[in-house]
Design a protein around this ligand. Structure first.
Ligand code: APR
Length: 389
């Protein structure tokens, strides 16, 4: 078994296959230090932690993760809090920086005797329609190499070799550009709220998410095509304070901005998630906009489903669970996509060109927020979808 990519998807899959006694190797393009330091998402659903727990992979999350169950919406002249941990199914998030999860998963994999090659970039997967696919790789010096296996798992993200190697017409790609752009910021500053903050403002959306006691993620909706560099630290803090209405609800705790990245909110889903011997997992299977923090959760759940399918096929000669991999994962993926799209419509004025950018749409958005503020049924629905999969 060859696994491309050592993100959450590849590492969960590697650990599970190793535990099932299936020979595998992970090929990772980047160096180990880079993989372990990359700041990404950080909100894990309880369901995800239960999956990790089932396989003895949740020790770090359980020990150092912070439970979190409140979000606060700030709108014109008002704010309201949703204690989502007490609504719906009563589930919370565990805040645990993704690079720490990756570090834990990697340590566990290596301690169990797992094989991994860093700085080994997959260039192409060939022969996926047969039973002996080949992965062509090159190392950091450009030297070529080759791995052959019964199956290949593409856990190498949206720009990886797995997607690139799919022959035309083998898999459909459903794509949506949400027409919204965020400036994603990492601030070396303690959180300013004891909740996930969502500010809905005429100047655009602003978000606040605790990452750790010393680090906070912020988001600012910006114009499409904006460059991150034009945002000075002063301008960022001014704009955040304005949109989060700090004058009314309390000042922000400022600090140096250590990362700023412009992200166009886009989603796509590949269908099916398999081409012969090649499987797609995590971001390679589908890209979800970060508005509802679902990406890493989906990656873990998909990796478990694939590991169970591969174990049945390779250890017990039962191909049926593997044959159901794509359909089972797509059910989770579409549900997450639907909720993420609902969040995007809640948080942003309707962008030009998506649904016409009309005032009509804007009024609908206000009504949606009001329903969320006042209807217990809607709040339960929100909580279940916000944390669940
Ligand atoms: N060959 C080998 N490795 C590759 C290649 C390649 N051609 N291309 C990419 N990679 C590696 C990347 O360096 C990265 O380590 O694949 C890994 C993919 O990891 P992630 O991007 O974390 O993707 P995934 O494991 O699917 O995790 C999904 O986590 O943070 C969230 O937003 C992220 O939603 C995503 C989720």
């Amino acid at each position: 078994m060859v696994i491309l990519g050592a993100g959450p998807a590849g590492l969960v899959l590697g650990n599970l296959l190793l535990a099932a006694g299936i020979d595998c190797v992970i090929l990772e393009r980047s160096a180990r230090e880079h993989v372990q330091a990359r700041a990404r998402a950080g909100y894990l659903a309880e369901h995800t932690v239960r999956v990790l727990d089932r396989h003895g992979l949740a020790e770090g999350v359980r020990r150092r993760g912070q439970r979190h169950g409140v979000c606060e919406f700030r709108t014109e002249g008002d704010r309201f809090r949703l204690d989502y941990g007490l609504l719906g199914k009563g589930e919370q998030h565990i805040v645990y920086p993704q690079h720490e999860l990756v570090t834990d998963l990697l340590a566990h994999y290596l301690a169990a005797g797992g094989r991994i090659r860093f700085e080994a970039e997959a260039v192409e997967v060939r022969g996926a329609d047969g039973t002996r696919p080949v992965v062509e790789v090159r190392d950091a010096d450009g030297r070529p190499g080759r791995w052959r296996a019964r199956y290949v798992a593409g856990c190498d993200g949206r720009h990886g070799a797995a997607r690139r190697s799919l022959p035309a017409g083998a898999v459909r790609r459903h794509q949506r550009d949400h027409g919204v752009t965020w400036l994603g910021l990492l601030a070396e500053a303690p959180p300013s709220l004891d909740a996930v903050g969502y500010a809905i403002h005429p100047r655009g959306f602003a978000g606040h998410m605790a990452r750790s006691p010393e680090v906070t993620r912020y988001y600012l909706q910006v114009a499409r095509g904006s460059a991150a560099e034009v945002w000075s630290e002063d301008r960022i803090w001014e704009e955040l304070a304005l949109r989060l209405r700090a004058a009314d609800h309390g000042p922000l705790r400022c600090g140096p901005i250590s990362q700023r990245t412009v992200v166009d909110l886009e989603s796509d889903v590949l269908e099916p998630l398999r081409h012969g011997s090649l499987f797609l997992v995590g971001d390679a299977a589908g890209l979800i906009s970060p508005s509802a923090a679902k990406g890493a959760n989906l990656a873990v759940v998909e990796a478990e489903i694939l590991a169970l399918g591969l174990t049945a096929a390779l250890r017990h000669s039962d191909p049926a669970p593997l044959d159901r991999y794509s359909a089972r994962c797509l059910a989770y993926i579409w549900r997450a996509q639907e909720f993420s799209q609902w969040m995007i419509r809640l948080l942003h004025a309707d962008p030009e060109g998506v649904d016409g950018g009309s005032l009509f749409q804007d009024r609908l958005r206000h009504s949606r927020i009001e329903t969320l503020r006042t209807s217990r049924t809607q709040q339960d629905w929100f909580a279940e979808n916000y944390v669940g999969l």
